[in-house]
Design a protein around this ligand. Structure first.
Ligand SMILES: Cc1cc2nc3c(=O)[nH]c(=O)nc-3n(C[C@H](O)[C@H](O)[C@H](O)COP(=O)(O)OP(=O)(O)OC[C@H]3O[C@@H](n4cnc5c(N)ncnc54)[C@H](O)[C@@H]3O)c2cc1C
Length: 478
């Protein structure tokens, strides 16, 4: 028996699903989101968010609540086994168009709780926790989702389904997508800890530190608040070490008695991209569509990019403002973008590998050059932390600026920061140099780029820009 009918069913309420559902809720779409677990997982996995993703979280309208659960990122360092720093670099891009002064650490669990609570703002959204999606079937007109919960089995219908269930996605299976492995899988081990005494924060680095031990590459991540994480590379086939062994490894950084050990878990670095992201009425997003090592902190950021890319497109199609071909642009835009981000992550990771004597020699030479030759450092930063623009998809390709990001401006009003996206909302925006009271910063941006008008997508990419009178594009008004 079919229990219910929705415009969209989102399967999985992790970072990708919860942002997508908030955005659909803002747009008034009738959504059900099914989440297997009753509660948000209490230990953070992601620790780093970049400026673009902060801006994307802002689109949910919840930034005021989220921002206090972030802190400035600090630096990235590469150190040798003795702790000598071989390379120190910033992650923040001073030319970033997104506002925010750079990447931040954040508390993933608190973010997810705030975003789940945020769903209560929308009468058109229903969150069902403790419900596991078990099957997804597109019958052409609707998608039928089968699920299992405490109250028994459920069947519901939705016009569109987005699988955001992470790496083990039933939706991905349903669309018959396979995962392309872009780089070998590597076994790692994670130790998540909490500093017992905040005063001990000064004993450890303030950002990310890669430690190039001969035996095993180690990553230390500061994390939000008192969270401190170590990740240890394991050799292929190596047995997972005992908790005591891991604690002894941590003792090279700090007296473990100063830490509460939250968890020690094995974790594989994988580099996977789905062969397709959509079939008919069914989509996948987030880790269901791509997985990458955490070396550049981009896994969740990429899933949130999927969400802001897809929500407005689904809304336009559901509301009848656009035809279904608009939805083809989701994969066209997102798949190559994620591939580039993943290649950047691998660029960083591969420079740090030291499996053989030769690799260790090469890594030292590379780091020496990167740290001492500024143009090489800039090149390495661009390759590793690349943020590609859109090159195709739903863009007016006759405009040279199409596919670039439209800037966000911050204004300090009596100590409170106002961000210009908040005035625009998650919808299309149009600006003309001839409009009265145009923000001088936008006018300046237009002059800089030699245009008189610009049309901006809800996800803040420039759709079109040009000279002369702004005419047309009325169909893009919501
Ligand atoms: C150690 C580590 C460090 C990381 N560091 C970073 C970082 O610094 N920055 C960054 O951007 N990313 C980082 N990542 C990656 C990031 O955690 C993931 O990319 C992100 O969590 C993916 O979000 P998601 O919502 O797509 O999937 P998930 O987080 O996996 O969420 C999926 C959700 O779906 C639910 N679910 C699963 N199956 C079903 C089902 N059948 N029915 C209903 N619900 C279901 C799950 O319970 C879960 O809530 C890191 C990952 C790890 C492991």
């Amino acid at each position: 028996m079919l229990n219910d009918e929705f415009d969209v069913a989102v399967l999985g309420c992790g970072p990708t699903g919860v942002v997508l559902t908030n955005l659909l809720g803002l747009l008034g779409v009738r959504v059900v989101v099914l989440e297997r677990e009753r509660e948000v997982y209490p230990v953070p996995r992601a620790t780093h968010i970049d400026e673009e993703t902060l801006r994307n979280f802002q689109a949910t309208g919840l930034m005021e609540e989220l921002l206090p659960h972030t802190s400035p990122f600090g630096t990235i360092e590469v150190a040798d086994e003795s702790g000598k720093v071989l390379l120190r670099d910033r992650v923040a891009d001073p030319t970033s168009p997104h506002g925010y002064a750079g990447s931040r650490f954040f508390d993933q669990s608190t973010f997810e709780r705030i975003l789940r609570k945020g769903l209560e703002r929308f009468p058109s959204v229903e969150l069902r926790t403790g419900v596991e999606a078990t099957s997804v079937h597109d019958d052409g007109e609707y998608v039928v989702v089968g699920a299992r919960g405490d109250a028994g089995d459920i069947l519901l219908r939705a016009k569109w389904v987005v699988g955001c269930e992470g790496g083990r996605s039933v939706t991905r299976e349903a669309i018959g997508a396979s995962m392309e492995s872009v780089a070998p899988r590597r076994p790692w081990l994670i130790a998540d800890t909490l500093l017992r005494n905040p005063a001990d924060a000064t004993l450890l680095p303030d950002g990310f530190r890669y430690v190039l031990a001969n035996e095993r590459l180690t990553i230390y991540a500061h994390g939000f608040g008192l969270n401190r994480r170590w990740e240890f590379q394991l050799a292929e086939g190596e047995d997972a070490p005992s908790r005591e062994t891991v604690i002894s490894w941590i003792s090279a950084f700090i007296d473990p008695a100063r830490l509460e050990i939250l968890r020690v878990v094995p974790y594989a670095h994988t580099s996977l991209l789905a062969s397709s992201w959509r079939k008919g009425r069914i989509f996948i997003a987030g880790d269901a569509a791509h997985m990458m090592p955490p070396s550049a902190g981009q896994g969740m950021c990429s899933g949130v990019r999927d969400a802001v890319n897809l929500a407005w497109k689904l809304h336009r199609v559901i509301s009848g403002a656009a035809g279904e071909t608009l939805l083809d642009t989701y994969e066209q835009e997102r798949s190559p973008h994620v591939r580039e981000i993943l290649l950047g992550t691998l660029f960083i990771g591969n420079r740090l590998l030291g499996d053989s004597l030769f690799q260790r020699w090469r890594r030292r030479q590379t780091l020496r050059v990167i740290s001492s030759v500024p143009p090489v450092r800039e090149y390495a930063r661009k390759r590793g932390l690349r943020r590609p623009q859109l090159r195709g998809g739903f863009l007016d390709t006759s405009s040279p600026l199409a596919g670039r990001f439209f800037p966000q401006f911050e204004t300090d009003r009596g100590g409170v920061c106002f961000r210009s996206d908040d005035d625009l909302g998650y919808r299309f925006a149009r600006f003309s140099a001839r409009q009265p009271r145009l923000d001088e910063r936008i006018a300046h941006w237009m002059r800089q780029h030699g245009v008189d008008w610009v049309v901006v997508r809800p996800d803040r990419y420039v759709y079109a820009a040009g000279k002369g009178e702004l005419t047309g594009f009325q169909d893009l008004q919501d």
